[in-house]
Design a protein around this ligand. Sequence first.
Ligand SMILES: Nc1ncnc2c1ncn2[C@@H]1O[C@H](COP(=O)(O)OP(=O)(O)OP(=O)(O)O)[C@@H](O)[C@H]1O
Length: 230
Amino acid sequence: MSESLEEQSLITNDKSNILLEAKNISHSFDYKLFENINLEIKSKESISIIGMSGSGKSTFLNILSSLLNPKSGEILYNSKNLYTLKKKDLLNIRREDFGIIFQAHYLFRGFSASDNLNIATLLSGENIDKDLLIKLNIDFVLNQSVGELSGGQQQRLSIARVLTKKPKIIFADEPTGNLDKDTAKIVMDTLFDYIHNNNAALVLVTHEEDLAKQCNHTYKLENLQLKELK
Ligand SMILES: Nc1ncnc2c1ncn2[C@@H]1O[C@H](COP(=O)(O)OP(=O)(O)OP(=O)(O)O)[C@@H](O)[C@H]1O
């Protein structure tokens, strides 16, 4: 059944399911990276950010994911301004609601793969999802220590750990960077399935335009601005 124009506009303007909102974000290091950027991310939605090396994609992701206070502007999570929250409240959001998948995996290296996953289950109260590990093809490395795993296995273990935590938003910086094409597809399908099944959202930074275009919205960071590619 087709929706009337009025219904369509109500859906488009519906702000009730906005999880994260960037308002007038500007940042610079040695040079200006971006200026007055606005962005909304809704639950069940995936967005991707592409742009030239050095354009500031990772910096913007750090700002969105509570890790870097921007020079100006606000990041609202469930309408709360992240950077004016009490430190304890910010840490709770980061620990419980945000799933951060960065190139450095932040795994506990002296520990086994299963120890690393058990830490996430303590936070979520969930059990380790065996099917997820099988899907990511790391179910057989559980007893090995992190240092013995290949770069790609560590990457998938860190993704499994993040998903085990059951985050509301996943921030992923080049999550398939170390992986062959088939494994990269498995990882992306896993992330898309996760957000769909858990009413979560995904913010993806990538160099790969084909991958970026699999998201609901694709943005390019260029000339200090974030422009949606249609
Ligand atoms: N903590 C920092 N201190 C100073 N300069 C920084 C810092 N973090 C990033 N930069 C600089 O900001 C610029 C943008 O870096 P950023 O990593 O955000 O770009 P990017 O678009 O993600 O690049 P790439 O695609 O190569 O990963 C770079 O010139 C980088 O050197």
